[in-house]
Design a binder for this molecule. Structure first.
Ligand SMILES: [Zn+2]
Length: 217
């Protein structure tokens, strides 16, 4: 299969490599840096602190067979290097990623998509486009219409990929082993480029380390 994932995205020129000294601060949140998207979180205190994402199960009642691959996708992000904690277990400082079973025709899903992520700000505005915003929570829609009948490895790849969007990551169109490669693969979770700075935070790099700056700058 070579079905497309989400989200539109014209990569734009990103600002120079950030440092802790130029971490912008917004009301009721903190941002690692400007650009698209702002990845501000009301519970995140900024660079060199951990960031907690909580996966919310809204898929297993409809798709019990997805439990194993989706759980594995969450675990892959959680065990990867970087500041991100990602778990179904609540944490006092978590922000929520709803993982939802949906179908073609719902929430913008088309028959060529296996998943689609909508990021939402604190006002309730949500978008499936990568744009500057204060991401407050996210809805990850996994497409039953296209994923049904696919091997678990594809479901895991889709859940891991869409979770990356919910964390604020872009597509990586230069590394087919990246979980943020724009087409469905069997890559099970993030690779070094999804976590790191390749090809540089100032030259379109959009891995976790460029987004959240942990141990960098
Ligand atoms: Zn995508």
């Amino acid at each position: 299969m070579s079905l497309a994932f989400i989200v539109g995205l014209a990569l734009t020129t990103l600002p120079a490599l950030a440092s802790s000294s130029n971490t912008p601060t917004i009301g009721n949140g903190d941002c690692w840096r400007g650009g698209t998207p702002f990845t501000c979180r009301v519970t995140w205190t900024g660079v060199n602190t951990f960031i907690y994402f909580r996966a919310i199960d809204q898929y297993s009642a409809a798709e019990p067979g997805w439990t194993s691959p989706v759980t594995a996708a969450v675990a892959a992000w959680n065990s990867a290097p970087g500041p991100q904690f990602y778990s179904f277990t609540p944490h006092s400082n978590d922000t929520w990623i709803y993982i939802v079973a949906a179908q073609t025709g719902q929430h913008g899903l088309t028959s060529s998509m296996v998943g689609l992520t909508w990021n939402c700000d604190r006002s309730g505005y949500c978008t499936d486009l990568n744009q500057a915003m204060d991401i407050y929570w996210s809805n990850v829609y996994l497409n039953q219409s296209t994923l049904n009948g696919q091997a678990a490895a594809y479901v895991q790849n889709t859940a891991a990929h869409e979770s990356g969007h919910a964390m604020g990551l872009y597509h990586n169109s230069s590394d087919s082993s990246s979980v943020m490669w724009p087409y469905e693969t069997t890559v099970p979770g993030p690779d070094a480029n999804d976590i790191g700075t390749y090809p540089g935070c100032s030259s379109s790099g959009a891995g976790i380390d460029c987004i959240y700056g942990f141990g960098d700058g």
